[in-house]
Design a protein around this ligand. Structure first.
Ligand SMILES: [Zn+2]
Length: 346
């Protein structure tokens, strides 16, 4: 079965210029070929220029127009075929008595695709990544880096380069793609994917809202704000699953809501800190990050450090007997460390 893959291109600055020039020259070729067909048609409505004629002239054109000679012969042929398709559609409309609409000239700004009909001819999909990046080689442009976000299956048949807004993409059309993967994608699956994406967007909004409210609250009340330095390993650890829950979003509202709340809570320390940093800066508050090691195992009163100090959410110092909530202890230790840092700084 046939399938297309679309990947973002990451051209270097020089390559970007070459890509723009490639599109522009293919556009010029398209327009020149259209002009020729128009002139012939106007001269005598019995004279028609066909794709074969124009393709045969291509060699001559490349010999006298050096700009055109830079690009792939095959991609230029593909451009002429595109024009031919436009004419075939035009003739079909004339024949059927529809409003014909003669093929139009294209502006460079809106000519956005160059097609290479065969991998290896004017272009080469290079599936073996070098220094971490896949590349596609384009004649006249060079080896352009590709953001290949999924594996390519099957055999690459055609390669297209597209401009969309300010971004560049490569589209691979592949043959002999094993069908298993595509077969699974039922309507239900697509619906589920949409539903999850919607939920995630909602979580993102709620997380951000929550971060702003909390940051505001903290910044309003404090001149100096201390927090534990972020530990990436802790941040990326997945939340523990609770017994009896499989972690999926169930269609009944309760389970979905529980999942949502959990996602908001386990959330986004990175997001919150970014928001907090911005708001603290805005309000002229001081933000201090402290070493997070043992903040919840150290006694804030006597300084005794032991894992035995902790009992779940409770804290009981095995040396001096201080009893507190573990979160309070953690906050106190963070404040103490920030205070020490401030003293050391002044
Ligand atoms: Zn103690």
């Amino acid at each position: 079965m046939r399938r297309s893959y679309k990947f973002l291109l990451r051209p270097a600055v020089g390559q970007q210029g070459a890509l723009v020039a490639m599109l522009a020259d293919h556009c010029d070729l398209y327009n020149a070929a259209l002009q020729e067909r128009r002139d012939a048609w106007r001269h005598s409505s019995k004279t028609t220029v066909r794709y074969g004629d124009q393709s045969a002239q291509l060699k001559g054109v490349r010999a006298v127009v050096p700009e055109q000679a830079r690009w792939s012969f095959s991609s230029q042929q593909a451009t002429l075929r595109r024009l031919n398709k436009a004419f075939e559609a035009f003739f079909r409309r004339v024949k059927s008595g529809d409003t014909p609409g003669y093929p139009r000239f294209r502006s460079r700004a809106r000519f956005d695709t160059v097609e290479f009909p065969k991998d290896g001819d004017g272009c080469r999909w290079d599936s073996t990544p070098r220094d971490g990046a896949t590349r596609v080689r384009l004649q006249g442009v060079g080896h352009v880096r590709v953001h290949q976000h999924r594996p390519v299956r099957g055999r690459v048949k055609t390669v297209s380069v597209k401009r969309q807004g300010r971004k560049w993409f490569v589209v691979l059309s592949c043959d002999d793609v094993p069908p298993e993967l595509a077969k699974n994608r039922t309507k239900k699956h697509r619906q589920a994917v949409r539903r999850v994406a919607k939920l995630h967007a909602k979580i993102r909004r709620q997380r951000l809202d929550h971060a702003h409210k909390t940051a505001n609250f903290v910044v309003r009340d404090a001149d100096v704000i201390a927090h534990e330095r972020l530990d990436i390993a802790n941040m990326t650890r997945r939340p523990k699953r609770r017994p009896g829950e499989d972690g999926t979003f169930e269609p009944n509202g309760a389970a979905a809501k529980a999942g949502l709340n959990r996602a908001i809570l386990d959330a986004g320390w990175g997001v919150f800190l970014a928001v907090l940093t911005a708001e603290a800066e805005c309000a002229g508050r001081r933000l201090i990050a402290v070493d997070p090691r043992n903040t919840s195992r150290t006694c804030p009163l006597c300084g005794h450090v032991s894992a035995q100090n902790r009992d779940g959410e409770g804290f009981k110092c095995t040396a001096c007997g201080l009893i507190e909530h573990a979160d309070t202890v953690g906050a106190l230790n963070t404040a103490i460390r920030a205070g020490l840092a401030l003293c050391a700084a002044t």
